[in-house]
Design a protein around this ligand. Structure first.
Ligand SMILES: [Zn+2]
Length: 395
């Protein structure tokens, strides 16, 4: 869609493009303002004044859409995500960013600033309307229109279905609660399809109860939203080979480890600070003869976490051993190499941990499964299939 759009300007390093279909909307807005809204709310002006006012309002509406999309784009940039550009088209605007947000917080902040900026613009035009209507009826009608349209834009965008901002907020919420971006996508896409069909139904009802053009427009918008949501859901299902993915290949089989008698001060110096790790397996020192040497063959005693270390007063680090501060294996939830990754991710979310010990059938230590590794892996997988997954759009 961005390819057959006309580059218009470059602001803050972001290219703004106009899609040909946008001119249709612009013409419709100008025409409806000129033909009915402006003469209806501010009668008695010349045709020239109405035309000028209609064009100015359409331009300011266009500017308002840009502010909304720039809010998404600038927040994405601020969070270190590359912005591919902003395109205005038939149904509004999209800010395309590269890849998917890395976490629920990114998704939330990038999304929420859009509706917030539209509410802000509504408030601004509302205040200007209070002053402007004293100056002239026409100016009041123009500013009132802009306040209402920005307010409506914000509210409409908050409908909880993908690809609307509300759908993305829902996705961020589910993602945050479950730790599972794929499940979050399914939920938001599902509600998006429902919202789309809901608008189609509403549009049909309106078309038959008087407002034919508005009704028809709603049908179009609803149909477009539902097809976007459906497409997103299909894409996600095809890239979600999550189900077949096992813990084993994603396991870090050579993590930094400590021995049970190691004092905490040395652990902090040699492992926590030196290697930048927060979770350290504690392995028994005697390699059992039937197992291979190295961490893979040693007896797993428990996990020493940064929280566990910090719980010990600092002046006692020299006298406290790793074994005393660790969470023992018996009270940990470990996973097996052949467990589905999906289950492991759910377990991490439920227990609010970022690492799980991976143990073999016989209880031998295999390695650590890191949440970050899983997420990175899934994101790379999600990026790899071609189609248009490279550019994720935000409404
Ligand atoms: Zn938006």
């Amino acid at each position: 869609m961005t390819n057959d759009a006309i580059p218009l300007a470059r602001l803050a390093g972001i290219t703004v493009r106009l899609h040909a279909t946008w001119f249709l909307v612009a013409a419709l807005i100008v025409w409806s303002l000129r033909a009915s809204y402006l003469p209806g709310s501010a009668p008695g002006y010349s045709a020239g004044a109405y035309w000028t006012a209609a064009v100015v309002v359409a331009l300011l509406f266009f500017g308002s859409l840009l502010v909304h999309e720039f809010a998404h784009a600038l927040m994405a940039q601020r969070r270190g995500i590359r912005v591919l550009g902003i395109t205005l088209f038939l149904f509004g605007g999209v800010a395309a960013i590269e890849g998917e947000p890395e976490g629920a917080a990114d998704e939330f902040w990038i999304t929420v600033v859009g509706p917030l900026s539209s509410f802000g613009l509504a408030a601004l035009f509302g205040l200007l309307w209070l002053a402007g209507r004293e100056v002239s009826d026409l100016l009041g009608a123009m500013l009132g229109y802009l306040a209402v349209i920005n307010f409506s834009l914000a509210v409409f965008n908050l409908l909880p279905g993908f690809p609307l901002d509300g759908g993305r907020l829902l996705r961020a919420l589910v993602w945050w609660r479950t730790g599972d971006p794929s499940r979050a996508t399914r939920v938001a896409a599902g509600t998006g399809v429902a919202v789309g069909y809901g608008l189609v139904a509403l549009g049909i009802a309106r078309a038959f109860t008087g407002s034919f053009v508005n009704g028809l427009w709603l049908v179009f918008v609803g149909w477009y939203l539902q097809s976007m949501a459906e497409q997103y859901r299909r894409q996600d299902a095809s890239r979600s080979r999550f189900a077949g993915l096992r813990v084993g290949p994603l396991t870090d089989t050579a993590p930094a480890y400590v021995r049970p008698r190691d004092p905490l001060d040395r652990v902090v110096q040699d492992v926590v600070l030196a290697r930048g790790v927060r979770t350290i397996p504690v392995l028994a020192p005697e390699p059992e003869p039937e197992r291979t040497p190295g961490p893979g063959g040693d007896g797993f005693l428990g996990l020493l976490t940064l929280a566990g270390i910090v719980a010990v007063p600092r002046d006692r680090w020299g006298a406290t051993t790793a074994a005393e501060a660790m969470v023992p294996a018996s009270s940990l939830h470990a996973v097996r190499p052949d467990d589905p990754v999906e289950d492991a991710v759910r377990l991490m979310a439920d227990r609010d941990v970022n690492q799980l010990a991976v143990l073999g059938q016989d209880g031998a230590f295999v390695g650590l499964l890191n949440r970050a590794t899983v997420i990175r892996h899934l994101e790379i997988r999600a990026t790899l299939p071609p189609q248009d997954t490279a550019a994720r759009t935000t409404a």
